[in-house]
Design a protein around this ligand. Sequence first.
Ligand SMILES: Cc1cc2nc3c(=O)[nH]c(=O)nc-3n(C[C@H](O)[C@H](O)[C@H](O)COP(=O)(O)OP(=O)(O)OC[C@H]3O[C@@H](n4cnc5c(N)ncnc54)[C@H](O)[C@@H]3O)c2cc1C
Length: 491
Amino acid sequence: MTHFDVVIVGAGLSGVGAAHQLQAAFPRRTYAILEARDVIGGTWDLFRYPGVRSDSDMNTLGYRFRPWTDAKSIADGPSILQYVRDTAHEAGVDRHIWFGHRVVRASWSTASARWTIEAEHDGAPVVITASLLYLCSGYYHYDRGHQPPFPGIDRFGGTVVHPQHWPEDLDYTDKRVVVIGSGATAVTLVPAMADRATHVTMLQRSPSYVSTLPREDALAIKLRRWLGARRAYFFVRWKNVLISTFFYQLARRRPERVKALLREAAVKQLPAGFDVDTHFKPRYNPWDQRLCFVPDGDLFRAVRRGRASVVTDVIDEFTPSGLRLASGAELDADIVVTATGLRLLPFGGIELVVDGRAVELPKTMAYKGMMLSDVPNFVFTIGYTNASWTLKADLVTEYTIRLLRQLDARGFDQFVPSLDDPTVTERPLLDFQAGYVLRSIDAFPRSGSRAPWRLGMSYAQDLLALRHGRIEDGAMRFSRRPAVSSAVPSP
Ligand SMILES: Cc1cc2nc3c(=O)[nH]c(=O)nc-3n(C[C@H](O)[C@H](O)[C@H](O)COP(=O)(O)OP(=O)(O)OC[C@H]3O[C@@H](n4cnc5c(N)ncnc54)[C@H](O)[C@@H]3O)c2cc1C
């Protein structure tokens, strides 16, 4: 059976980044990336809707080891996809990807200190083994997104589209479009479709906080000229980490102040007399759910120009020509886009087994937000909800490299975080009130009330803990494979 030192699952932003750093740190270790799809890029290849873009800045969504050099710091999906592809290609990571391999089961054996990984390829089973299983499988179902059962949807005479499956040939020129939703996808789609459509209506049950970010970072562009790409990237990355951390902390500590600032900014960008409180003033505090960012205020501009409007109401039912709302109002539509979110999926739907016993995820606790209690030689990547995903993904790889070096130095084969502190209490893994999180969070592992079991949402704290913190912290256990207890570590 083919054996690898490391098997990474997923060739998206995280998997490519992890492979890139691991092979630089351990050029002699073997690894493979098992990827269910036939292409690199994950999220940034899957989503093809008009205007698809990042909503965090690329100086922090880009990898720490590879500067983002495009002028746009809020970048379009295809540019991000190209960046991930280029990263994979330049280091030869793409030669290690097994495309079309969906991992379905992974079983750990303590006796052999190995994972047996079962995948499906062209309908046939493929089995390989690995010393370390590193999941970079994202956090949601790829097959379909979330769509609530709307009454009467079958009677609707127009086209219904979910952003996760955008038809390549959908022509919305001179069409009346209704986008159902108020999250990051809806606020992206509305201005992007507004130029060609007759009119775009954003129909939301309740509002989100929407804040404007500059599409281009003027300082980044200047610094790149003066300092070169690498040094400029370092400074701009830190500038953006500090600014976003400051606003996040301000929002958590002084929510009323931040609510007032966001409202004031929205009022300035919307037409006179616009009902800001109905359409842009949520009931929750900023960062109870992810804030929506709009580059250069494009959503507000579309509303100002009359190309788009916002309706806050509840859908009663679809009609043959559009939607009837709880208020009695009717919205005519040729195209309805259901930007109603993702369906979360822990760990790519992979069944984990340890020494013959199935791992029940909700009974496990996440260690440093990147491993599971009592699951040996296993690492996973889940990024921040309040900052760029890659900030955490990079730290997860850095810590894994430190851990593997420790194993090598001490001649161990296995590591496993073990929770035996009864004072640590359980918390949800994602302490975030968004609907898509609340719908599925019970299927995920728990996090704990204290370090190292607490899931940090602060890059600065994680950086200290993961880059510089002690590896032997009492909770992490190391051991040798029973049969080779006198083995010398591999170089
Ligand atoms: C539309 C959209 C916009 C976003 N914008 C931002 C943003 O601006 N900033 C931000 O920080 N985050 C954003 N996110 C979150 C985003 O998912 C992450 O930034 C990042 O792309 C995640 O990368 P990943 O590689 O961890 O996961 P993914 O991109 O989801 O890639 C996972 C890969 O794993 C593969 N896979 C999954 N299960 C299996 C399996 N069982 N076997 C084999 N392969 C498997 C998938 O096919 C996929 O290729 C956005 C998400 C979406 C959906």
